[in-house]
Design a protein. Structure first.
Length: 189
């Protein structure tokens, strides 16, 4: 399974003003550096939690329709959250043609983490090729104010660490960031 960003987020969950206030920076000399750190902290948070923080449209690819255990065999677990909506489920059929599955052939569970797409009658046969199943969906929070405070606070701590320690070090995330982000981690398969 892999993902591709179709429409990236147009804003960050933290503003430059938020970050400068947290760091107690009252000059503009480091604004460019801080903007890069905001993006880097968001991407780190997204990788760690498997959550996309701001509204983004992605495609997720599978080599075939997932076939887990008998109880889960007709379920596609989406790897990123929080899912706002599923735009389409497509597959490459045995003849090599791309087909879009009608929405009445599956239902979505956007509340569970990870979110799920459940087939009503079983999935279709796919061509034996890579990326034969394509799910396009919209994921992320609608606005920065909707992003949970622990995710934003963890990002601020990461930015503070990057700002104060501008050299590489042999450590992981700031421990407090991990504690703040752990409840939001999505685990799949």
């Amino acid at each position: 399974m892999s993902i591709s960003i179709i429409t990236p987020a147009v804003s960050e969950p933290l503003s430059l003003t938020d970050v400068k206030e947290f760091l107690r920076v009252d000059h503009s000399d480091d604004d460019t550096t801080l903007a890069i750190m905001i993006s880097a902290a968001r991407e780190l948070c997204e990788q760690y939690t498997r959550q996309i923080l701001m509204t983004t449209t992605i495609e997720e690819f599978y080599d075939m329709f997932p076939d887990y255990t008998p109880a889960d065999k007709d379920i596609i677990y989406l790897s990123r959250g929080p899912v706002q909506s599923v735009s389409s489920v497509k597959y490459i059929d045995d003849a090599g043609d791309e087909k879009t599955i009608a929405t009445n052939k599956y239902r979505t569970d956007l509340i569970s983490q990870p979110s799920r797409i459940i087939s009503e009658d079983g999935w279709f046969s796919t061509k034996d090729t890579t990326n034969a199943v394509i799910v396009e969906y919209v994921v992320g929070y609608s606005s920065a104010s909707d992003v949970p405070a622990p995710l934003r606070q963890g990002m601020l701590l990461v930015i503070a660490d990057m700002y104060e320690n501008r050299i590489d070090s042999v450590k992981r995330l700031p421990t407090a960031s991990e504690y703040l982000w752990n409840p939001f981690r999505v685990f799949t398969f």
